[in-house]
Design a binder for this molecule. Structure first.
Ligand code: SD4
Length: 337
């Protein structure tokens, strides 16, 4: 599919909301390995681990996480190192350096991490630090707190040895300047070639960890924080059960505490696929305007079974399992409505 055709087909309402990613769609088309997720993945007797699963088409990130697992390191190390690949990629305009700014031109980042003990660390609205996920890990490991915001988060990062830098790249600045001409109040999501990265990994010991990092909705109001760094919404891990992470319109994920919901549904016996579907349906049920935004979830249980579901077409995710690093197209709600 050509980029323009994709953008047209995915544009929704006056928001100009686009679902999925243009480059990802092109990549998917070339990639014969893309599969559609199937509801209710089968139960396997022996867990298929290690495994890495991440939102969107991020083979370099899942490769990095997989390599870390192959070195015998923990799932926590794997997810941190994995999402750092996207944070460092200037062409990814939804994460880290090169992230699209808020309405006033500030690049503000949200990130969180959870480990096998259920420990959590997060930073929100942090500026000038390229790797918020590593600051989040330091918050978790080196402070008595779980979440630091704004200037305090940056101050902590600098004191911890992170170097402040300008995160607004020329191309993101140009995109912002173009946006300012009309300056539509409502946010645009999934506008470019990648998106928020949420990653879950299970290591060879069967322990699970997760990470989620984003620059949030582009052209958001100053100070706006989405779901990605908020425990239970953008990410939740329970080492007895599994984990889940989200992408899309954070306000909607926050209102339904989606990742926690998915893990709790898996605890009650649902497959990761069934749990993701239920969490998306919860969003749809509560928001009559669901046609105007995207929400997507991925999940994994302790057996290494995965699930993914979203509201609209074009959400996809990457799984590294059984020595294969594959992108999959997510099943979606709106084809049924
Ligand atoms: C947020 N959930 O800040 C993030 C943005 C995102 O796909 O995931 N976009 O609301």
């Amino acid at each position: 599919m050509k980029r323009r055709k994709f953008l047209q087909s995915a544009a929704l309402t006056g928001l100009g909301l686009t679902i999925g990613s243009a480059l990802t769609a092109c990549a998917d088309e070339k990639n014969n390995e893309v599969k559609t997720a199937v509801a209710g993945t089968s139960t396997t007797a022996k867990p298929i681990i290690p495994i890495v699963i991440a939102t969107w088409n991020v083979p370099n990130a899942t490769q990095k996480a997989w390599d870390v697992l192959q070195e015998g390191k923990s799932a926590l190390d794997a997810v941190e190192q994995g999402v750092r690949v996207e944070e460092a990629d200037e062409n990814n305009q939804s994460v880290g350096i090169g992230g699209l700014p808020d309405r006033d031109g500030n690049v503000t980042l949200d990130a969180c991490i959870m480990d096998k003990e259920g420990n959590y660390g997060a930073v929100v609205c942090i500026e000038n630090i390229k790797h918020p996920i590593s600051v989040a890990r330091k918050v978790m490991e080196d402070t008595p707190h779980v979440l630091l915001a704004g200037n305090g988060a940056k101050q902590f990062a600098v004191e911890s040895g992170f170097t402040p830098e300008n995160l607004l790249t020329e191309s993101s600045k140009k995109a912002w300047e173009k946006w300012k001409i009309e300056a539509k109040y409502k946010p645009i999501i999934n506008v470019e070639n990648h998106d928020t990265i949420g990653m879950l990994a299970i290591d060879k010991n069967g322990d699970i960890s997760g990470a989620c990092t984003t620059s949030g909705l582009s052209y958001k109001m100053q100070g706006r924080v989405g779901d990605s760094a908020i425990i239970g919404s953008g990410l939740f891990i329970d080492n007895e059960i599994g984990g889940a992470t989200a992408t899309g319109m954070g306000e909607e994920v926050l209102k339904t505490v989606g990742s926690f919901l998915i893990v709790e549904l898996m605890r009650q016996g649902r497959t990761p696929q069934e749990a993701c579907e239920e969490a998306v349906k919860r969003v749809v049920k509560k928001s009559p305007n669901f046609k105007d935004f995207q929400v997507g979830y991925i999940a994994v249980n302790k057996q290494g079974e995965t699930g993914a579901y979203c509201i609209h077409e074009w959400f996809n995710y990457t799984v590294y399992q059984d020595n294969e690093n594959k992108n999959h197209k997510s099943d979606y709600y709106s084809k049924k409505s």
